[in-house]
Design a protein around this ligand. Structure first.
Ligand SMILES: Cc1cc2nc3c(=O)[nH]c(=O)nc-3n(C[C@H](O)[C@H](O)[C@H](O)COP(=O)(O)OP(=O)(O)OC[C@H]3O[C@@H](n4cnc5c(N)ncnc54)[C@H](O)[C@@H]3O)c2cc1C
Length: 655
């Protein structure tokens, strides 16, 4: 189930982590920051007027600091009866504070109690201090804070959003000259909506020049406090140099989507779309949700460690953290999700591997709430059974019953969801601005401007995709009856996995049988599962020998896996149009590809549906709405369902 820990060079740290946390012991620096935020950034960008009556309004800030600008903006949004429906605030921070420091700072410096209360909410939701994109939702998701921890010069080019207002804050040109260079302003210009405004309390000559060169107009206005002048202005380029316009909502008259499939992928989409006010028609060939791969009694969730912080690790980290937020929000809203989230242990495959991995991980300085190295003795104490060696504890990892999650997500969608079971989709066809969905009897069963294929193995066929190489990988689980082995205190993973279920059963697995269509359980599969677990937990072999293992029962299901082992998430390509223009598209980038307007895919979740599904759904919902993406653009491109077509176009083999 878990991927091998791939040896590679340590690319993550060069002369330090891409960001480093900081402690805040200079609270006096924030006194007056609220008034400054209101004057410089809100008034400087003509807010709240400019967001009024809009569906989405996006602020991009270049330095989050203590988050005072965010809190002031959030408070102003709350106080405005004409506020936009959804406020996105995207901010980059190289030296994020620890949440306790934020909490203390707000209590000392923010006199306005309602804003101090928002500060406490922010500190409570504050993400783990690990690199990447973190999406936090407030006020039922109507206020979304997307935080990127790292260097703004590196991260700005990875953003994909349409900014309505820029808060150019957090740096002084004399201290951070690299931030105020033309490439940074070009990145901002690439993201600017027409008529986007900016404000900054600097008025340095270099900044003015870079603004003008990048298509911004500025004027000098009275500054704040000791600053005599500051700059405000707007994006008003005299010439068009952008190759691609920043994202905008899909042009359509109704927010209605058909989602095919009700496994982890489909149910996460149902919830994310309904939360944005979409009507969703769900089509499923079975009689209920979570019946195929998502029908296992439990699955484990945890980050994925690798020595080079690989693409899969980064996507898994973002997915893991986002999924935790969503599941916690569902639970807070009263939905029942059966899960054990009190930690998960990963055991090294061998002493050598554990040693090299520990050396590599030492460089990442992951915080202990993300991962902690544990000795063999500590691992045994945590798991409550003898283990072959030590490894890593993921304090927020655990197990979850996927069917309970799917049910909670559908319940959260309420009456925005129309459920149709026993419907097998055969194909879709464009008619006007709608996609008509046909079943296997050739009947048109429904139509909508958006159709999302969350139907795993069948997605490529039903969507008519030729460049979506997926494979079916059979997996057999084995259930160890209650009392047959010592009870584990938390899931243990490594070569295989063992998960304690609430009914006393221990779930073990799983086989990985490529292109094996046999749906029946096989005795050798159970023996194999036990042997794999015995490599981490040797005494299990004395509790259950091979003969007894062969007689156990379990479950068989099939993973849908893309040939590069990454999921397929996003807008589908119009393959026919791309092939017609194959010569012109030989040097194409993902944004150049023609897309099948309104068709999206969320499939090939392989062995990681639990950690990828919520983020995948949020990404597609953001793409549909033209909202900021919840993941860096290069990573989104690694998940693009059109990536195989793009490779073929680049090689000149697309035909
Ligand atoms: C043995 C095993 C162990 C696993 N362990 C873990 C784990 O520990 N942690 C983890 O994160 N992941 C695990 N996984 C992977 C995880 O289960 C999958 O990634 C996830 O369930 C995929 O969800 P899905 O919604 O994409 O697919 P599915 O759950 O397969 O759902 C697809 C749905 O689409 C429907 N459908 C298909 N075609 C059509 C059609 N034409 N018309 C209508 N409906 C259609 C199907 O009926 C099905 O309900 C495991 C998988 C296996 C097999």
């Amino acid at each position: 189930m878990t991927d091998p820990l791939i040896p590679a060079t340590l690319a993550f740290r060069d002369n330090g982590t891409p960001f480093s946390p900081r402690h805040n012991d200079i609270y006096h620096s924030a006194v007056g920051a609220l008034a400054q935020a209101e004057y410089v950034f809100l008034q400087g960008n003509q807010l709240p007027e400019r967001w009024q009556r809009k569906r989405v309004f996006t602020v991009l800030e270049t330095g989050f600091g203590m988050g005072i600008n965010f809190l002031a903006t959030w408070a102003a949004w709350r106080a405005d009866p004409l506020r936009c429906e959804r406020l996105h605030f995207v901010s980059i921070e190289k030296h994020p504070f620890f949440p306790d420091d934020l909490r203390r700072a707000y209590s000392v410096t923010v006199a306005d109690t309602s804003i101090a209360a928002l500060g406490v909410e922010l500190a409570d939701a504050w993400p783990m201090l690990v690199p990447g994109t973190h999406r936090l939702e407030f006020d039922g998701g109507r206020v979304t804070l997307t935080l990127l921890f790292g260097d703004a010069t590196d991260l700005l080019p990875t953003l994909w959003l349409r900014a309505d207002a820029f808060y150019l804050d957090g740096f002084s040109p004399s201290k951070n000259p690299e931030l105020w260079t033309p490439p940074v302003f070009k990145s901002l210009a690439r993201l600017a909506a027409d008529e986007a405004t900016f404000s900054t309390y600097t008025s340095a000559g270099d900044v003015k020049r870079a603004l003008l060169q990048s298509g911004f107009e500025y004027k000098k206005v009275d500054g704040f406090g000791w600053k005599r002048a500051m700059l405000v202005g707007r994006f008003a380029p005299k010439w068009r140099v952008r190759r691609h316009e920043p994202p905008s909502p899909l042009a359509m008259n109704e927010r209605h989507a058909v989602v095919i499939g009700t496994g982890l992928a489909g149910c996460a989409l149902i919830e994310r779309l309904a939360s944005r006010g979409w009507q969703v028609t769900s089509l499923e060939r079975h009689a209920s949700v979570a019946r195929d791969a998502s029908g296992n009694p439990a699955g484990v969730f945890h980050p994925m460690l690798s020595r080079d912080d690989s693409v899969a690790s980064r996507i898994t980290r973002a997915g893991f953290l986002y999924a935790l937020q969503r599941w916690n929000a569902l639970t807070r809203d009263g939905h029942l999700i059966a899960r054990g989230g009190d930690g998960l242990l990963q055991i090294g495959a061998s002493d050598d591997e554990a040693r090299t991995m520990n050396d590599a991980l030492a460089g990442f300085e992951y915080p202990p709430d993300y991962v902690t190295r544990v000795s063999q003795a500590d691992a045994q104490r945590l798991a409550n059974v003898p283990l072959a060696r030590g490894g890593w504890l993921f304090p927020q990892g655990g197990w979850i019953d996927p069917a309970s999650l799917c049910a909670a997500q559908c319940a959260a969608a309420g009456d925005r969801l129309e459920r149709r079971f026993g419907v097998e989709v055969a194909r879709v066809e464009r008619s006007g601005d709608q996609w008509i969905v046909f079943d296997t009897n050739g009947r048109a069963i429904t139509a909508a401007p958006v159709v999302i294929f969350a139907n795993a193995h069948d997605a490529a066929r039903v969507a008519g995709l030729r460049y979506a190489p997926t494979q079916s990988v059979r997996g057999q689980l084995t259930l160890l009856p209650s009392g047959s082995v010592s009870p584990l205190r938390m899931p243990v993973i490594g070569e295989g996995y063992a998960v304690p279920l609430p009914n006393g059963v221990t779930l073990t697995g799983a086989t990985y049988d490529i292109d094996d269509p046999d749906p029946g359980e096989r005795a050798p599969g159970h023996v194999e599962n036990l042997a794999r677990v015995a490599q981490m937990w040797p005494s299990i072999a004395t509790s259950i020998d091979a003969d007894r293992a062969a007689g156990l029962s379990g479950r068989v299901a099939f993973r849908c896996v893309a040939s590069d082992r990454l999921p397929m998430i996003g807008a589908l390509a119009d393959e026919s149009a791309a092939i017609r223009d194959a010569v012109a598209l030989r040097g194409a980038w993902p944004l150049d590809l023609p897309r099948a307007q309104g068709l999206y895919g969320a499939f090939a979740y392989g062995s990681r549906g639990l950690v990828w599904a919520a983020l995948g759904a949020e990404l597609i919902a953001s793409q549909l709405e033209g909202e900021p993406w919840p993941l860096e653009r290069p990573l989104v491109e690694d998940l693009d369902p059109a990536r195989f077509l793009l490779h073929a176009l680049r090689r000149g083999t697309a035909a």
